[in-house]
Ligand binder design. Structure first.
Ligand code: GLN
Ligand code: ZN
Length: 797
């Protein structure tokens, strides 16, 4: 390697940068953009608030890219990506690159600037997505931001491209070319990364009221023409490799998509002779798509052998002669140290069939989905730290694996690695005999309520004594700046626990008093003591670990710090009983206890990879069950177990759905079924697309489910109606993502629609979701209107 040194102007640190014209053994698919200290988030938000100039924001972007390239180089990665950086999202970047700006943004011109990009992401009032912090996603906000949705089965959200009959793609952006040049100026021949044409068209949405039946695939031809221009230009700039991501290969493909793959790729491959293309698939097995994938006219193929190690033989059989195989063996989706012995089994099997130049070692997918570096975790428990690898450590693993394969690794590295793997596998911290013994005794009956719903409903009615159309909320009340600052001060030790608790008691008292005053039938305590609906529980459960800086981009500038479930989960002590009991003591009305469900806790955490997800979920379910039972014993008559993430856990392939839903629903029921018939179990989900999963939702057998419906005008209640959903249901009557105060008549209209299709005795009146992102003034008026709505509904037959 020729080595070039670059100096970071701010810190004065220098980094070695390797030229990439040597043989390629290793490459990376994408690096986290946010920066070790979330520098990108801070700069972007400062720019939005007018505190820094666009030039300053661009400079931060350049600095981060340079640092990230330098780090990857220094780790010894031979081929390094560019254009994986983004100020918001890579799909949005691509829409801007090809001039696909929806007409409502009133944009016209010859280039697309950052303002236009942020406008698409955030809407004209700048509150598109940032207003929602609770995992509820979608095109909310009155400002018509582009919609946002989950990127495959990750917790990353992309901006959904929009297509219309008159959409015309034109090469208008220049980001990818700039980034390539920028890397070149640092002595790097980087590998530009682009989303593939079939992935881009598949993941977008037709948004054309005049031509609702318009066929998006008619846009393919024009789209591929722009790709041809992009590829030619990159070739002219001196690019040797381009990475084109087609993760749709991990999905069920329609005949349309298959045809599109063939048509598009024939042209891509011929666009710029001399430019080599690596096509990447990740996030799941290829299954029946495997032959099609490996028939693409690319020079190299990347496969995710973390998610599908069983496919290696088939891939090797189908890999055309003289093509390169990139083996994704280091997990880009989780934070565990790689088991070198396992990876080497795969690599050696591949090496037996491929000569060294045809075999690349890589992470399984972009490292966007893991935190940046363990170096930012000074306080981690040393034993557990030795089990972990974040993005920077994963890159080193890729390089070490390649060296081990070639016999050039430092002696002892394999043994050190295996020691760590062994210590995790045998530690009592990961294997708690009591938890396992208890789980072994769980029976099917433990996951079933004692009596059928119809019987429970009568008993609950007489215990709770609620009127028709009972009113309730989803749990949280405004987490004001004051609440958050008090918590921060308590964490820093500036407030004693006693002082902090007095503050929380006062907030709770005021919240309950307000609900009593307006006549809300089933009050909640307000969740003032909670930072986050998963973290709050994870911090009190055994088997969970929290990092200091393990941030991962969720969308735009929003980052999350998922807990790490490293060991067997158990509940050493009650978690919420104190607050529920305190709140209940303040009111004669039935206080609703508030918990997060096992599937949601699993979904929003990094989970252990040494046992099935279903097993980890069952452990969490038992811990939540204990809490439910304790709440009941403390006199709480209604308990809500939130499961907003059940739907997002659905596997990528339909064929795998039934199995997932089976264990997910059973885990929920296991958590909910320890109580008497007259204790009412609620659940909540922040969406309402239930068509596909309504049978499973019914199978959860919650006494009451609250869902989001106001934004769809109750239309999305359809699934419940068609299914004749038997239990009680609270279709959200107003959208909590906006500060707008709903009127009585509009909520009444919505409830009339619901009443027309659902038996009156089964209906509740509540908002769409929790109120934590809202301010008190609008919450108060909205809830007063909501209670008035219920009174009007009761007054008319
Ligand atoms: N109880 C939670 C709250 O109100 C539910 C949030 C959610 O479902 N995302 O904040
Ligand atoms: Zn919700």
């Amino acid at each position: 390697h020729k080595t070039l040194w670059i100096v970071n102007a701010d810190s004065g640190d220098s980094y070695p940068v390797a030229m990439s014209d040597n043989i390629i053994h290793t490459h990376n698919l994408g690096y986290p953009r946010i920066g070790e200290q979330r520098e990108l988030k801070k700069a972007t938000e400062a720019f939005w608030h007018g505190k820094i100039s666009p030039q300053e924001l661009e400079a931060t972007g350049r600095r981060l890219r340079r640092d990230h390239w330098a780090k990857q180089s220094a780790a010894g990665i031979d081929l390094i990506p560019c254009n994986d950086f983004s100020f918001y999202d890579q799909m949005l970047d691509f829409s801007c690159l090809i001039g696909n700006v929806p007409p409502r943004f009133g944009w016209s011109g010859d280039s697309i600037d950052l303002d236009t990009l942020f406008l698409m992401a955030r809407g004209s009032r700048g509150e598109g997505h940032e207003s929602c912090t609770q995992g509820c996603t979608g095109g909310h906000g009155a400002a018509f931001a582009c919609e946002m949705t989950k990127w495959f089965d990750t917790n990353y959200h992309y901006i959904v491209p929009e297509f219309r009959a008159d959409t015309q793609f034109r090469l208008l952006g220049s980001k990818v070319f700039h980034e390539f040049e920028e890397a070149k100026a640092l002595g790097l021949r980087a590998k530009p990364v682009l989303p593939g044409p079939v992935t881009y068209l598949s993941l977008g949405k037709v948004q054309d009221s005049q031509h609702p039946d318009f066929d998006r695939w008619s846009l393919l031809d024009g789209l591929v023409s722009v790709y041809e221009q992009i590829l030619r230009r990159l070739a002219a700039q001196g690019a040797e490799w381009v990475q084109i991501d087609e993760p749709v290969f991990a999905l069920d493909l329609s005949p349309h998509q298959r045809d599109a793959v063939v048509d598009a790729w024939r042209r891509l491959a011929a666009a710029a002779p001399g430019l080599k293309i690596i096509v990447a698939s990740y996030f799941g097995p290829l299954r029946e798509n495997l032959p099609l994938f490996l028939s693409l006219p690319a020079q190299a193929f990347h496969c995710d052998f973390v998610r599908a190690p069983e496919e290696l033989d088939a891939v090797l059989d189908h890999l055309p002669q003289d093509k390169i195989l990139s083996l994704g063996v280091v997990d880009g989706r989780n934070i565990w140290k790689n088991d070198f012995a396992k990876s080497l089994t795969l690599l050696t099997a591949a090496r037996a069939k491929l000569d060294a130049r045809r075999l690349w070692v890589a992470p399984s997918c972009s490292l966007l989905h893991v935190p940046v570096t363990l170096a930012s975790e000074p306080a981690l428990d040393a034993q557990i730290e030795n089990w972990l690898a974040f993005a920077d450590e994963k890159l080193k693993e890729v390089v070490t694996l390649s060296a081990l394969l070639r016999g050039t690794a430092r002696s002892g590295v394999l043994e050190e690695n295996q020691d760590a793997i062994h210590s995790r596998a045998t530690s009592r911290r990961t294997h708690n005999p009591e938890v396992r013994a208890r789980l072994a005794l769980v029976t099917d009956g433990d996951a079933r309520r004692r009596s059928p719903f119809a019987q429970r409903q009568l008993l609950q009615q007489s215990r709770l004594g609620l009127p028709e159309f009972p009113t309730t909320t989803i749990g949280s009340f405004p987490q004001t700046a004051e609440v958050r600052s008090m918590r921060a001060r308590w964490k820093k030790g500036e407030l004693t626990t006693a002082e902090y608790e007095v503050y929380l008691e006062n907030e709770t008292r005021a919240c309950v008093a307000f609900q009593d005053e307006i006549g809300l039938d089933m009050p909640v305590h307000g969740e003032f003591e909670r930072n986050d609906m998963v973290e709050y529980f994870g911090e009190q459960l055994d088997g969970f670990l929290f990092t200091a800086n393990g941030w991962v981009q969720s969308y735009g500038t929003r980052c999350v710090k998922p807990p790490v479930i490293y060991g067997d989960v158990s509940r050493p002590a009650p978690m919420t009983v104190r607050w529920a009991q305190f709140a209940q003591s303040l009111t004669p009305r039935p206080m609703k206890g508030m918990l997060t469900g096992p599937v949601t806790i699993l979904q929003w955490s990094f989970v252990r990879d040494d046992q099935p997800r279903s097993e980890t979920t069952r452990q969490i379910a038992l811990a939540i069950r204990d809490e439910v039972v304790d709440l009941e014993a403390a006199g709480i008559a209604a308990i809500q177990i939130d499961e907003p993430a059940i739907r997002e856990g659905l596997p990528l392939r339909r064929a795998d759905w039934a199995q997932y839903l089976d264990w997910a629903v059973t885990a929920f029921r296991l958590s909910a079924s320890g109580v008497r018939d007259d204790t009412q179990i609620h659940t909540h989900m922040c969406y309402s697309e239930f068509n596909d999963i309504i049978a499973a939702i019914a199978d959860m057998d919650a006494d009451v489910i609250t869902i989001e419906t106001s934004r769809s005008n109750m239309e999305l209640l359809g699934a419940f109606v068609d299914f004749r959903y038997p239990n009680e249901i609270g279709p959200g009557v107003y959208d909590i993502h906006s500060p707008r105060v709903p009127s009585v008549s509009e909520m009444e209209n919505l409830m009339r629609k619901a009443e027309a299709v659902i038996p009156r005795r089964n209906l509740w009146v509540n908002p769409d979701c929790g109120l934590k992102t809202r301010g008190w003034p609008e919450v108060k008026t909205s809830l007063i209107h909501m209670v008035q709505t219920a009174k009007k509904l009761r007054a008319t037959q």
